[in-house]
Design a binder for this molecule. Structure first.
Ligand SMILES: Cc1ncc(COP(=O)(O)O)c(C=O)c1O
Length: 414
């Protein structure tokens, strides 16, 4: 056995999370490094969802809103997820899509700072964050402004001022995998008198965080990545308890009303986390999210983080060892405190290499202009998977797969 294979075997032998792999279905022969985009399916999902369809919907019909806990699901799932993000009960709901939750969170932040007019975000943000802020400004009827700080938190100091109402940042950069210091940045933003909103899409479930202890104002994220809640699964939304009486969100539907079944004419927000809800949720979607949350329950996030760092660190070692000399550049920071759970590699022919790797059973993805992205979900991956991925990448590089027009064809989803 060569050096890397020996190392992989030793790391896997010491992996206390290895048994969790059995909680997920992964197709035969596939090394799945796209859990940062769509997490694997929990093995419990088909039966759990079939039960929701055939028994709860089919047989029990409308009674299931109460008997099966459908009505309370946004709140009960939020509370089950809360320990993963360091939140006490009653401050997290699971509802709506991430983009919608971003709209609500930024608006809620603005409602707490009516005299301020600037929203700060990063140029490198996932585009939906910026698009949503643009739409919010356009529909606000106020003279609001989006101010962009530079990449990865740089320039935040310069962007902060006494006109800034809200700062919206991603905990982990979707492209580079860089991790920001949530506690320090939250403190800095609040010291400048602004409200801090975190997008946790790329960190929830893999990076430990303490939203309560770090005094975060609002946060939201996807459930379909490292939380394995199924394609397009509802987002989670966190609002610190201190904002439950004062913050206003714009989508004031009946689920957020203080007395939804009083069917009053005027809107009065609930005096709890429910004020951040809007309307009926796709229960079948929530049922899938429930499977993802259940698959993580009882798992130590600290242990997940340790394994995540081991997987990403080992991948970088393997890539350096096996793929050197081809002009790749590892974009993700090497420092443990500064990386999430993915490794981004810049390469001019990255798109073709990723397509060829997928054809050879190693699934990663590509982000324009030249980033090959590999996500490492510690609940179901091993160091042997990591080594295999690097070996397949090496084979694709040596074969110069980009010279084959087959691998240049761009799909609608990359
Ligand atoms: C940082 C970030 N924010 C938001 C989203 C997506 O939002 P939505 O669930 O509304 O598609 C993504 C999707 O990958 C993301 O990476």
């Amino acid at each position: 056995m060569d050096k890397l294979a020996t190392a992989a075997a030793a790391l896997d032998a010491a992996d206390e999370l290895a048994p969790l792999r059995a909680r997920f279905h992964l197709p035969e022969g596939v090394t799945y490094l796209d859990g940062n985009s769509l997490g694997a399916m929990p093995v419990a999902a088909p039966q759990h969802m079939a039960d929701a369809v055939t028994r709860a919907w089919g047989e029990r019909l409308i009674a299931s809103w109460m008997d099966d806990g459908w009505w309370q699901m946004p709140v009960t799932l939020g509370d089950r997820l809360a320990p993963v993000i360091g939140a006490g009960p009653g401050q997290t709901v699971v509802a709506d899509g991430t983009s919608v939750s971003i709209f609500k969170a930024v608006h809620a932040g603005l409602s707490l700072k009516p005299e301020r007019t600037v929203i700060v975000s990063e140029r490198a943000s996932f585009p939906t964050d910026l698009y949503i802020v643009e739409g919010l400004i356009a529909s606000s009827g106020r003279k609001l402004q989006l101010r962009l700080a530079g990449d990865a938190g740089a320039g935040l100091d310069a962007a902060l001022g006494d006109d800034v109402a809200v700062v919206l940042l991603s905990h982990v950069d979707y492209r580079t995998g860089e991790l920001l210091d949530m506690e320090a940045i939250t403190r800095k933003v609040q010291a400048a008198g602004a409200i801090m909103v975190w997008d946790l899409c790329h960190s929830a479930g893999v990076v430990p965080m303490e939203l309560d202890a770090w005094n975060v104002d609002f946060a939201m994220g996807c459930t379909y990545k490292y939380l394995n809640g199924g394609p397009g699964g509802q987002s989670f939304f966190y609002a610190a308890r201190r904002h439950h009486e004062t913050a206003r969100q714009p989508l004031t539907g009946w689920w957020g009303h203080a007395e939804p079944f009083a069917f009053e004419t005027g809107y009065e927000p609930a005096h709890s986390m429910r004020r951040f809800l809007t309307g009926s949720q796709a229960i079948l979607g929530l049922k899938a999210v429930e499977c993802g949350i259940a698959a993580m329950e009882g798992v130590s996030i600290a242990a997940v983080r340790t394994k995540s760092l081991s997987l990403t660190g080992f991948f970088m070692d393997c890539v350096e060892e096996l793929c050197g000399g081809h002009g790749l550049s590892i974009v993700t920071p090497r420092e443990r405190m500064r990386r999430g759970s993915q490794v981004a590699i810049g390469f001019e022919h990255g798109y073709a290499v990723v397509q060829a790797m997928i054809e050879n059973g190693v699934v990663g993805d590509f982000r324009a202009p030249d980033i090959m992205r590999f996500g490492f979900a510690p609940l179901y991956l091993s160091h042997a998977d990591v080594l295999r991925a690097a070996q397949v990448m090496r084979d694709c590089l040596e074969a110069q797969v980009w010279t084959d027009p087959r691998y240049q064809v761009r799909g609608e989803v990359t």
